[in-house]
Design a protein around this ligand. Sequence first.
Ligand SMILES: NC(=O)c1ccc[n+]([C@@H]2O[C@H](COP(=O)([O-])OP(=O)(O)OC[C@H]3O[C@@H](n4cnc5c(N)ncnc54)[C@H](OP(=O)(O)O)[C@@H]3O)[C@@H](O)[C@H]2O)c1
Length: 270
Amino acid sequence: MLEVDSMENPMDPGRSRAFAGRRVAITGASGSLGLALLRAFHGCGASLVALTTRVEPLELGSSDGTPIALEQVTWSCGHEADLRELFSHVDILVINHGINLHGDRSATGLERSLEVNALSCLRLLELFAAAQPSSPSAQPAKGPQPCREVWINTSEAEILPAVSPLYEISKRLVGQLVSLRALDLAGPELRIRRLVLGPFRSNLNPIGLMGAAFVAQAVLRLAAWDWGLIIVTPNPLTYVLFPFVVLARWTYLGLFSRPSSSSEAPTPST
Ligand SMILES: NC(=O)c1ccc[n+]([C@@H]2O[C@H](COP(=O)([O-])OP(=O)(O)OC[C@H]3O[C@@H](n4cnc5c(N)ncnc54)[C@H](OP(=O)(O)O)[C@@H]3O)[C@@H](O)[C@H]2O)c1
């Protein structure tokens, strides 16, 4: 039974070691998973930046009602470049925002889905990769300095049906674009992790099987175990198929594309 929304966040020493003191920015912060991730990172001692399209203040409390301190930054698709300066002071960027227009197949719906679910994510990835980090905020007691990280929340809809064609197409696109650009952007200074999640309850999917809090805790646990491909789903097919898809893509894209010479982020036309 995956109904564990009310689960407390036990202070896990492994997770705390991995994220304590790190500055984490999360898009889609006011959504179900955004809020759950903010709480989970807070439980690990990270400092929080909520990237949201809302202008109203975001109030976040822990399970005992204690308010959680966070910096709220308003952004919108097409204006990603406004976040350039902020990204110099962020250690982990979680690209989590998304929309699901379900049965819509209109030209407007297509454009919105591609813009929100794919193109804005790609621009954020490029900007974050190009940002010059200021002095890192996380200073581990011992061991090497952790590198900056981008986590991209695609979906198992990247490879499996989600009864929402535009959602699947846009998630597949962002998944493929991330695989392509990771060949140049990922390295010792930037780690790119992919979150592949199954159905959880949220505004986007009110009938999801899992709870967002459970998913957020599982994501952080797997990340603390150093996994780069983070799969959380009740569907066993995803665990079998996804690693093959990623490996096949990586091989194909690596063989048939050339390294790029510039890491300069393109400026979106607004
Ligand atoms: N729920 C599922 O079953 C499921 C499964 C796999 C993957 N996912 C993915 O998980 C992520 C989080 O989704 P969720 O289920 O937590 O849904 P959610 O509660 O609807 O949250 C999505 C958030 O995305 C942001 N957003 C919406 N429209 C936007 C726009 N036009 N531009 C920029 N940001 C926008 C909003 O946050 P702000 O108002 O704070 O900007 C919204 O609250 C999504 O990428 C989704 O595709 C969900």
